[in-house]
Design a protein around this ligand. Structure first.
Ligand code: NAP
Length: 494
């Protein structure tokens, strides 16, 4: 939760010494504190204090990135590879400490926080290798005495805008390829999670990049983000966040012909077939729908269950939910941490009420919970008797809220799974090779999971969706070069 106040203006607040700064043109900028970053598991715990960057500082950062772009584009690839590998090693070496910062600030459990930090470090190490693997093509011309050379070049200045729910992994999978392929960076994390982002920024800066190659700004999307998106010196924008913000950025980027990629929301289905192993089905549904407090773009928010297994599945889900511990993210034994802040909690509660109004049956949870520390604790909610066209099944809730949609057979399950504007991740639990194969080919999603939760992906392969979930080139893996490089075709008379 971001509060635009000094910590000592918050009643009972405990002071921390974690003071965050913006980083522009090779300098950490020291300005008076105007904001604090609060732990959602314990609202009296101040994680960090910092100064919000404004439009002027953003313009300075873009100017610095622009000035540094030519030299960095031509920098030695062994040096770039070594830098990225060192950043990755330094992140992983501090996984426990940084995982604790992540959990304290964002509210996912400590094992989830540590796991995400390791993933972020692994992404940097992966792109350390990709620097050395970039190739071009030499092809014959249709004309005599002409050679053609196709090369990839850096795009230039890349603006990186990230969301709050993966404060280490998402910045890593954007910053690492940007630097790897010779681009300079202006990075703006979500203001809800500046502390984790600042730790990554410090590790990047400490490897000794030339001034201007990497710039870091903590500030509002409406000011810092908007300035990045609209500045003609920013050649490409990589955004992850909500569909509404993504659509606005798309309009602005198109208006000035900037390159952009958008990763946005999901309304991910998990189909449970009659022949499913019930334990696998429940494990996939509990993990996919509720872990990380349901705050994952790949969360399984729609559980599409065939009629013959429906009652057994619902009963098993209730039993598992009754044994699921919601508590402080840093506490050992916690399965689900708090909701990230009051705004998100209000959104979750709004959709729970809307679902009830539309006739869905709340069979588990949905209540606010009190714990030893004051935080945004919400009991995971499970609805049955829902229809796919209900608001709760068409709009992204982004919280620990899942619905069951009962269907008669595979054909209805597949049609229901695809009946959404989103298309990020789509899952099926079945023992049938026939259904699994057909689903993999016909699910309208960028990622398909068979007997696995819809959330949880590898760091070295493409990530992204179909329909309203994504726009532009894929992120991650070797496919990332499509966004972070531009292709040049040279004709040479020989
Ligand atoms: P959000 O509100 O759209 O914000 C995302 C980022 O955009 C933040 O850094 C935000 O800044 C910034 N921003 C807001 N308005 C802007 C503007 N007018 N111009 C430029 N930047 C602007 O999303 P969120 O609440 O942080 O994240 C949750 C959403 O992200 C969910 O919809 C989730 O599904 C999606 N997500 C998608 C993926 C994926 O890969 N598909 C992965 C993770 C999350 P401030 O918040 O600091 O103001």
């Amino acid at each position: 939760m971001v509060v635009t106040l000094h910590y000592n203006q918050i009643k009972g607040a405990r002071k921390t010494m974690n003071r965050l700064h913006n980083y522009v043109g090779g300098e950490w900028i020291d300005q008076p504190v105007d904001s604090v970053d609060i732990n959602p598991s314990d609202v009296n715990d101040v994680v960090a204090e910092y100064t919000q960057a404004d439009a002027k500082l953003t313009l300075d950062a873009i100017g610095a990135a622009s000035s540094a772009a030519n030299d960095w584009a031509r920098s030695n690839i062994q040096m770039r590879s070594d830098i990225l590998d060192t950043i990755g090693n330094n992140i992983i070496a501090r996984k426990d400490e940084l995982g604790a910062v992540l959990s304290r600030e964002e509210g996912k459990t400590l094992p989830e926080g540590v796991g995400e930090v390791v993933r972020a470090g692994s992404v940097f190490k992966f792109f350390a290798g990709e620097v050395l693997r970039l190739t071009g093509d030499l092809v014959p011309s249709v004309r005599t005495s002409v050679d053609i050379e196709i090369t990839r070049e850096p795009v230039g200045v890349v603006g990186i805008i990230s969301p709050w729910n993966f404060p280490a992994a998402i910045p890593a999978w954007k910053i690492a390829p940007a630097l790897a392929f010779g681009n300079t960076v202006v990075f703006k994390p979500a203001t809800l999670v500046p502390a984790m982002a600042a730790e990554i920024a410090k590790i990047i800066v400490d490897v000794g990049l030339p001034p201007g190659v990497f710039n870091f700004l903590i500030g509002k999307g409406s000011e810092v983000g908007n300035t990045i998106v609209n500045d003609p010196r920013v050649n490409a924008i990589s955004f992850t966040g909500s569909a509404a913000t993504g659509q606005q950025i798309a309009k602005e980027a198109v208006a000035r012909m900037a390159k952009f990629q958008l990763e946005m929301g999901g309304k991910n289905p998990l189909v449970v077939m009659d022949d499913a192993d019930i334990d696998v089905a429940v494990n996939c549904a509990i993990n996919g729908a509720y872990f990380s407090t349901g705050q994952r773009c790949t969360a399984s928010s729609r559980l599409i269950v065939c009629k013959n297994i429906h009652d057994q599945f619902v009963k098993a889900m209730q039993d598992r939910l009754a044994n699921t511990v919601v508590d402080n993210a840093l506490k050992q034994g916690t399965h689900i941490g708090p909701v990230v802040d009051k705004n998100q909690l209000d959104q979750d509660l709004f959709y729970i009420e809307e679902a009830k109004k539309e006739g869905a049956k709340l069979i588990y949870g949905g209540n606010l919970l009190t714990r030893d520390t004051e935080g945004f604790y919400l009991e995971p909610a499970l609805f049955t008797e829902t229809e796919n066209n209900m608001k709760v099944n068409q709009e992204e809730v982004f919280g620990p809220v899942a619905t069951v949609i009962k269907v008669s057979d595979y054909d209805e399950a597949l049609a229901t799974a695809n009946a959404t504007n989103f298309g990020l991740s789509s899952g099926i639990v079945t023992k049938s090779l026939k259904y699994a194969s057909h689903f993999r080919k016909n699910a309208q999603a960028g990622m398909v999971m068979v007997n696995l939760p819809t959330a949880g992906v590898d760091y070295h392969v493409p990530f992204g969706g179909a329909k309203g979930s994504s726009y532009g080139a894929r992120e991650q893996g070797s496919y990332a070069k499509e966004f972070y490089t531009t292709v040049k075709t040279s004709y040479v008379s020989c």
